[in-house]
Write a protein that binds this ligand. Structure first.
Ligand code: GLN
Length: 486
């Protein structure tokens, strides 16, 4: 676990240089099978390791992530390092500044960025198959997808390459790979973590969060990355709680909401069984289940995709092939020819499709019919949660309706892939926090995710419930076959 490594380093039982060396050895052994990374920073990481080792020798104060190697999704800006959102249109782009999360975790807390992780282009997808670098593979079964869009981060943690990685979640992109790869993934409340330096997909939905091996590590990272940031006007000015301290609070007498619609059609039998077993564990720990209805769940997918695509079409308008990236391959014709040719060539198919659909939904004449309607449905979904939280402390459900599917299986059936997001997207539409933790395996030995949704800024509560469940289940230390586990 990350916290154990940090403790060992601080007790001088191991040097940071050794930790970074062995991280790259592990990556060397598995990267050709997983393809989790799009860039690796071995030289810089080792240099930083040596510098950090000296801090302890010289009795200087050290940060809370002291020497911890981290993977960073390829849409979070790191000063002077390439960031591409797994898109050809951003090839060669190097931001001149750090995202706030990088400042907090790498600069201030002494973490070490060892590379950027693969993802679906501009975070559009649930499988990490829409990447200009090619797909990433699931450590539990290399013929399956790791989930998306933060699939590189999920696979790198699950496959033992790093103990923690950053992802972003617009409609489930942290929780989906956490579920499919058998790791912990937390999507914070909208506004809890600064989005400064996160390249936007759909800015009213996006949040950065951690993917880790255990709940304690997620709490640790959250404690360090959350908080108000004047550079992000949507970040909320509210003090950050001490998440690691409250993990072991008793959940006796607390109420778990069971939204019946989340357990209905489309669920794998094994997913339903394991999630119900998880609920029983929470009940045995003294929590009380309350059944509830979530009448507007059926509107989730059209609502989410209309809003996400509309915002994306506007956000992605800035990629004109001139301001960022390698530029146009051909300058013939007027500015509009260059603009549309470059975008046509350098954006992938899924991104082009979503820009077109989003532009359509926002266009005069259709705006009221599509975009406005989606905003209204978003309010209905928000209100379903509001009502639900009057009766319970957390809401639980499966994270994904199924376990990981095969690479290529859904690539020609985008609608089916969109429908997979039914249980994660409502959380983003409402702006709530949610965590996914592994709760078992199906008969093909693929991990199943258990989702715990909290009320606004109740990260503490979902981490507490997640920790209690994780400790009782005791499966989080299991390793996938790719690193010798079974
Ligand atoms: N699968 C969803 C989509 O494609 C969610 C992606 C995300 O959370 N970034 O939009």
């Amino acid at each position: 676990m990350a916290y154990e490594i940090i403790d060992e380093i601080k007790r001088e039982e191991i040097t940071i240089e050794d930790v970074v060396q062995s991280t790259f050895e592990n990556i060397n052994k598995t990267e050709h099978k997983l393809h989790s990374f799009v860039n690796l920073y071995r030289t810089e990481a080792l240099e930083k390791a040596k510098k950090l080792d000296n801090k302890l020798k010289n009795n200087e104060p050290v940060g809370d992530l002291y020497g911890l190697p981290l993977g960073v999704k390829d849409l979070i800006c790191i000063k002077n390092k390439p960031v591409t959102c797994a898109s050809n249109i951003l090839e060669g782009f190097k931001p001149p500044y750090n995202a706030t999360v990088i400042t907090k975790l790498i600069e201030k807390s002494d973490g070490i960025c060892i590379g950027s992780t693969n993802m679906d282009e501009f975070a559009m997808g649930s499988s990490t198959e829409n990447s200009c670098y090619g797909e990433t593979y699931n450590p539990w079964n290399l013929s399956c997808v790791p989930g998306g869009s933060s699939g590189g981060s999920g696979a790198s943690v699950s496959g033992g390459q790093v103990l923690a990685a950053l992802g972003s979640d617009t409609g489930g992109s942290i929780r989906c790979p956490a579920s499919y790869c058998g790791v912990t993934g937390l999507k914070p409340t909208y506004g809890r973590v600064s989005r400064y330096g996160l390249i936007a997909y759909a800015n009213s939905l996006d949040q950065i969060g951690p993917l880790t091996k255990c709940v304690y590590d997620a709490a640790l990272l959250m404690e360090l990355m959350a908080g108000f940031d004047e550079k992000d006007s949507t970040s909320v000015n509210l003090s950050v709680e001490n998440y690691t301290k409250d993990l072991k609070n008793s959940i006796e007498g607390r109420k778990i909401g069971i939204p019946l619609e989340f357990f209905e059609k489309g669920l794998d039998k094994s997913v339903k069984t394991k999630v119900n077993d998880g609920i029983k564990i929470l009940e045995n720990l003294g929590a009380e289940s309350v059944e509830m209805s979530f009448p507007h769940l059926e509107y989730t997918i059209p609502t989410y995709y209309l809003i996400a695509m509309s915002e994306a079409s506007s956000n992605l308008a800035r990629y004109d092939g001139l301001r960022y990236g390698k530029g146009p391959s051909d300058l013939s014709g007027d500015i509009f020819d260059v603009f549309s040719r470059t975008r046509g060539e350098q954006f992938g198919k899924e991104v082009r499709k979503r820009i077109i659909m989003g532009t359509y939904a926002l266009s005069a004449g259709y705006y009221d019919m599509f975009y406005m309607k989606a905003l209204k449905a978003r309010t209905l979904i928000k209100n379903d949660f509001k009502k639900a939280f009057e009766r319970c402390d957390v809401i639980v459900s499966p994270t994904m309706p199924t376990t990981a599917f095969k690479v290529g299986e859904l690539i020609d059936d985008p609608l089916k892939m969109y429908l997979m997001d039914i249980l994660t997207c409502p959380v983003n539409l409402a702006g709530l926090p949610a965590i996914s933790i592994p709760c078992g395996f199906d008969n093909k030995d693929l991990p199943i995710g258990f989702q715990i949704i909290g009320n606004y800024f109740e990260e503490k509560t979902i981490l507490n419930f997640g920790f209690e469940l994780e400790q009782k289940l005791d499966i989080y230390k299991r390793s996938p076959p790719v690193i010798g586990g079974k």
